[in-house]
Design a protein around this ligand. Structure first.
Ligand code: KG4
Ligand code: ZN
Length: 353
């Protein structure tokens, strides 16, 4: 029915997140605890450290989500948790907690695929979004173009052959000496506004490959070379850079962003042509995942999608980056059609997971 209440738990990467969502789409609470600070200090995700960081905050994140929604475990209909893809040590922190709560309150449990959740959360915000639809999922680790035929039935139209676009944003930010306490993407987006996007001539990846796959490793190399040729020193933070140095960093950021997004635009255009041949009734293209929170990305892709006669659906930024709402919502979608696991035994020993 429309009264289901589902707790969603997400620990696949560097954010610990939980949310409570009602099956009518109402978001009762949403909490995200980021490890960006920690990662900035150590320069990347070290699995063991990330696991410890999740374990440290998971209880307060989940309790916070329940409190904010004015609920206890007794009120829930089910628990949804991300089971992959992601770092297994990190995933296990969430799964262990989900099983503990589901055991204590005898609730069904729904294992959720992280990328499916990025795509399906669009159906929470856009009620007109019916299957079949297309989705471009862009994050730090993934770069996917899919045709969603039905719940659980997806055709992959394209993926990256090396890096994802978010990885390219993050490395570019690091090499440009940007503040890494936030993630790299938002820092590049902000700096790019000051720059001239046509000042550095980066070539668009995979021009000669007439498919829907992506590649960002070559663009990363081009950026690194451009940074070296301008004598930019990443050890000098941008706040301490001379105005001339700052301008050349902004130019590289803007030129990188333009090229990175042109690659997305070309692939989306072709994917829409392909997909419409498979099913001419497709009306929507969803863009989701962390990079979809970028305003430049949204504006450019909106134009492409419109020019092809489709409509863009892009969740609000807080639902594009990793969050518990998308996990809870995807849990609801599966639960409704009977896809869930029975409650684990109430007295399951800790090491059974
Ligand atoms: O989906 P997500 O939160 O986590 C993964 O599943 O990877 O995506 C994180 C990625 C990071 O690479 C981050 O730099 C990027 O999304 N990102 C952005 C922006 N906000 C986050 N990239 C470009 N512009 C942004 N505003
Ligand atoms: Zn993600």
């Amino acid at each position: 029915g429309d009264g289901l209440l589902v707790l969603g738990i997400e620990t696949s990467c560097d954010d610990t997140a939980a949310a409570v969502v009602r099956s009518n789409g109402e978001i009762l609470s949403q909490i995200v605890c980021s490890q960006a600070d920690l990662l900035a200090r150590y320069g990347g995700v070290a699995p063991k450290m990330a696991e410890e960081a999740h374990a440290k905050v998971i209880d307060q994140v989940i309790q916070g989500a329940l409190n904010k929604a004015n609920l206890t475990g007794k009120d829930l209909s089910a628990v949804a948790v991300t089971i992959g893809p992601g770092l297994s040590l990190c995933l296990r922190v969430g799964v262990r907690k989900a099983r503990e709560i589901a055991g204590n309150f005898q609730l069904p449990i729904i294992g959720v695929h992280h990328m499916e959740a990025h795509a399906l959360v669009a159906r929470l915000i856009e009620k007109e979004l019916q299957f079949p639809f297309m989705a471009l999922l862009i994050s730090g680790g993934h770069n996917l173009l899919v045709l969603a035929l039905d719940l659980g039935h997806y055709i992959q139209l394209g993926t990256t052959i090396d890096d994802a676009i978010g990885e390219a944003y993050d490395k570019t930010a690091k090499w440009l000496g940007l503040d890494m306490r936030k993630s790299g993407g938002p820092a590049i987006e902000e700096l790019a506004r000051e720059g001239n996007a046509e000042s550095v001539n980066f070539s668009i990846p995979m021009k000669q490959h007439k498919d829907c796959n992506f590649s960002y490793a070559g663009l990363k190399t081009q950026v690194r070379l451009a940074i070296a040729s301008k004598n930019i020193d990443a050890d000098i933070p941008i706040v301490s850079a001379s105005s001339e140095d700052r301008r050349s960093r902004a130019d590289i950021a803007a030129s990188f962003q333009r090229t990175a997004v042109l690659h997305l635009e070309e692939r989306c255009e072709r994917a829409i042509e392909w997909a419409l041949k498979i099913d001419a009734s497709i009306k929507f293209l969803v863009v989701s995942g962390g990079v979809a929170s970028n305003q430049y990305v949204r504006t450019r892709l909106d134009q492409v999608v419109k020019s092809k006669g489709l409509q863009l659906v892009c969740p609000p930024p807080s639902l594009c980056t990793d969050n518990g709402v998308m996990v809870a919502w995807t849990g609801i979608e599966h639960f409704r059609v009977g896809r869930f696991d029975p409650p684990p035994p109430a007295d399951e020993p800790e090491d059974a997971v």
